[in-house]
Design a protein around this ligand. Structure first.
Ligand code: NI
Ligand code: MN
Length: 224
C-alpha cells in the first residue's frame, strides 16, 4: 500500500515499499506546511528545480536522514557538495529501490536560493505500485503534455494553479485536458498573497469537463 501526503505548496511525502520520498520539501518559511524540519523522515528527496520554495530544507533533511537527493544534473551536482545525490535529466528515467522516476519537461526557470544556475526545471513521473503519479513542478502550460499522456496513463496529477509564477486556473484546466489523469490535485497556490486563487473554482472547472479533482489540505493524504 502506498500513501501520498500533501504538506502544503508543492511538498509531497510518498510512502511506498518501505521507503519514504519527499518531493520539494519546503518547510521553513512555508506558512502552509503542517510539519517541522525535524519531523521530516525520508530515504530520498526529489527536487523539481532549485527555487527556494522547492529546494526548501532539503540539505538539512538529507543530512539528518542520510537521504539521497534526486534532481537534474546541475542541481544534483550542487547539492552533491554536501549530501548524496543522483543526477538525471529531462526525458530520462531510472529504477530506484522504491520505484521508477522519470523527469519530464517543465517550462520555467531554475536557480538555487544562493543564485547559482541549477540547470533546467523538471516535472516528475513517479511509478510506484502500478500507479503513475505526475508532479508537474513549476510550469507554464505546454502542448507536449500530450506526449506524457500518450506515453503513460496518469493516475494522480499534481498541477500548479497559483498563477503569476506558473499556470493559473484556466491553463491548469487545459493541462488536465492534455494529460487526462484519473484524479487531479491542485498545488502551488495560496501559500503567498501573489499566488492566491480560489481552488474551488479550479475544482468546478475541472469537473465541468467531466474530470475528477480532489483538493488536499496540508496533512491530508491519498492511499492506494
Ligand atoms: Ni519555481
Ligand atoms: Mn515555485
Amino acid at each position: 500500500m502506498a500513501k501520498i501526503i500533501f504538506h502544503g505548496h508543492s511538498f509531497l511525502e510518498i510512502q511506498t515499499n518501505g521507503k519514504t520520498i519527499l518531493i520539494d520539501p519546503f518547510i521553513s518559511g512555508n506558512p502552509k506546511c503542517d510539519i517541522k524540519v525535524e519531523d521530516a523522515k525520508c530515504n530520498y528527496i526529489i527536487l523539481t528545480h532549485g527555487h527556494g520554495d522547492h529546494f526548501g530544507d532539503c540539505i538539512e533533511i538529507a543530512q539528518k536522514n542520510d537521504a539521497t537527493i534526486i534532481a537534474t544534473a546541475e542541481l544534483a551536482t550542487i547539492v552533491g557538495e554536501k549530501v548524496k545525490s543522483h543526477g538525471m535529466n529531462l526525458g530520462g528515467g531510472y529504477n530506484f529501490d522504491f520505484g521508477r522516476v522519470k523527469l519530464t519537461l517543465a517550462h520555467h526557470s531554475s536557480s538555487t536560493p544562493d543564485g547559482r544556475y541549477a540547470g533546467d526545471p523538471a516535472g516528475v513521473i513517479l511509478t510506484i505500485e502500478g500507479k503513475n503519479i505526475y508532479h508537474a513542478g513549476d510550469t507554464a502550460l505546454f502542448y507536449d503534455m500530450r506526449l506524457i499522456r500518450e506515453a503513460c496513463k496518469i493516475d494522480y496529477a499534481f498541477l500548479p494553479i497559483g498563477d503569476n509564477f506558473t499556470m493559473g486556473i484556466d491553463d491548469a484546466v487545459k493541462a488536465v485536458d492534455f494529460l487526462n489523469p484519473k484524479i487531479t490535485i491542485p498545488i502551488h497556490y495560496n501559500t503567498f498573497p501573489v499566488i492566491t486563487v480560489d481552488e474551488n473554482e479550479f475544482k468546478r472547472k475541472v469537473e465541468s469537463v467531466f474530470k475528477k479533482c480532489q483538493i488536499l489540505n496540508p496533512g491530508e493524504s491519498i492511499e492506494f
